[in-house]
Design a binder for this molecule. Structure first.
Ligand code: NIG
Ligand code: FE
Length: 416
């Protein structure tokens, strides 16, 4: 039976060409006032003004759901480290007392401190914990999330993380796209020998993850003290040859060359981009690479420098926004907060921020033809908010305004 979501004060459709949005097009939100969305078999059948949708042949007999708020495409959170065993509360206290990312790492904190806990955790416990986190995503209006490994850093533990994502997928309606991030840091067993560790990842972990189809993407942290630009290109090319689509953490802490190294391997997106320079921006525009900005991590780290969203948008680079949920640099799964940070600290307009968190997030995962906008034929992934105007979502901050979330046509949060 069809479902008609009615009483929508404002609907943002993002109707437009099936491509990542750049420049001026990032402001085209497809606003419809007094709207309805008609859903059948998990897909959007019609979306637009009430006067038009209510005349659709399926509208009359459809189950009606009164909304009394605004409707957006479900957020597509295209960069998360949502599998982790424990919060890093010691790092949090150290940082509050003034320690930097590098100082925390030197004191035994940072990425490496998450490894022990992940290696000890059972796959089942990991899957259940992830499913519980997924409920938090859904409650905030996110219907699709990318999820990285990267806290195992051994064959057994990296595969365990990816298998936990697969297992968690059976426990939650949040759609999760897994990423192999074995190249997140050099584990202690390799005593800082990044080349030796990457050779191990390439020989042992990549082929097994690919053969078992455990990941859609492969990612690497290109940064001083982690992996070099040369290693990044070679590693991502190898991953791509095995069918894993490349992504990169680049220019997060310094301008180190990760963006262009990633582009040389054909990355779909270059993520963080805090320290991109003009030549990186030009390379991204020329390659059509999406810049995925993660300003909630800048906020959490107490940084004053944020990624240069205005320069990227002015240059015609499609910008996406994501949470970067992780235990070390961003314990936040609420995309509404990311929108607020993007508007208040990166100079993005609300319209650009919404575009970046929906349609461009979907393209950063290569699935913009299936999710990320509210147009007929696409998956019925919708989020509803108690608001009169869409801008309230990035104006009020610190709490979720999401009243109902719909995944593939089914109400999966709220709505009662
Ligand atoms: O995206 N930069 C590397 N990875 C994460 C941090 C992970 C951690 O500190 O646990 C990030 O910020
Ligand atoms: Fe990250």
């Amino acid at each position: 039976m069809a479902t008609l979501f009615t009483g929508i004060k404002q609907l943002l459709t993002f109707a437009g060409d099936a491509v990542p949005r750049a420049g001026e097009a990032m402001r085209e939100i497809g606003l419809v006032k007094n709207a309805e969305v008609l859903v059948e078999n998990g897909l959007i059948e019609a979306a637009g003004p009430r006067s038009v949708v209510s005349r659709h042949r399926l509208a009359k007999k459809a189950r009606k759901v009164e909304v009394n708020g605004i409707c957006l495409p479900g957020f597509v959170d295209s960069h998360t480290h949502a599998v982790f065993a424990e919060p890093r509360l010691k790092d949090f206290s150290m940082r509050a007392a003034g320690a930097s990312y590098q100082e925390i790492k030197a004191a035994g904190g940072g990425i490496l401190s998450s490894i022990g806990a992940v290696r000890r955790q059972s796959r089942r416990a990991m899957a259940e914990q992830l499913a519980a986190r997924a409920a938090g995503f859904l409650a905030c209006g996110t219907t699709t999330a990318e999820v990285k490994s990267g806290y195992g850093l051994s064959l057994e533990s990296e595969l365990k993380m990816l298998r936990a994502v697969r297992e968690a997928q059976k426990l939650t309606p949040l759609e999760m796209l897994p990423t192999l991030l074995a190249a997140h840091s050099v584990p202690p067993e390799f005593s800082g020998d990044a080349a030796k560790y990457l050779a191990y990842v390439t020989a042992e972990i990549l082929p097994k993850a690919a053969a078992e189809k455990l990941a859609v993407f492969a990612d690497i942290f290109c940064e001083k003290g982690y992996f070099t630009p040369e290693q990044t290109t070679a590693y991502l090319k190898e991953a791509a040859s095995l069918g894993l689509k490349p992504k990169v953490h680049s220019e997060q802490l310094s301008n180190y060359g990760g963006t262009r190294a990633g582009i040389a391997a054909g990355v779909l997106s270059a993520d963080h981009a805090d320290h991109v320079y003009a030549q990186d921006i030009t390379a991204m525009r020329e390659a059509g690479t999406i810049a995925t900005l993660l300003p909630a991590s800048n906020y959490y780290l107490g940084l004053t420098k944020y990624p240069p969203a205005r320069e990227l948008i002015a240059a015609g680079v499609p910008v996406a926004l994501a949470t970067d949920l992780n235990p070390g640099t961003c314990p936040c799964w609420n995309m509404q907060f990311v929108l607020s940070a993007a508007c208040t600290h990166c100079g993005m307009t609300p319209e650009e921020a919404f575009c970046a968190a929906t349609v461009n997030g979907a393209w950063a995962l290569g699935i913009g033809d299936r999710v990320g906008s509210v147009v007929p034929g696409l998956q019925a992934d919708l989020a509803f908010y108690k608001a009169d105007d869409y801008r309230e979502l990035c104006y009020y901050f610190g709490a979720s305004q999401c009243s109902m979330t719909v995944k593939k046509g089914k109400i999966v949060h709220g709505g009662r």
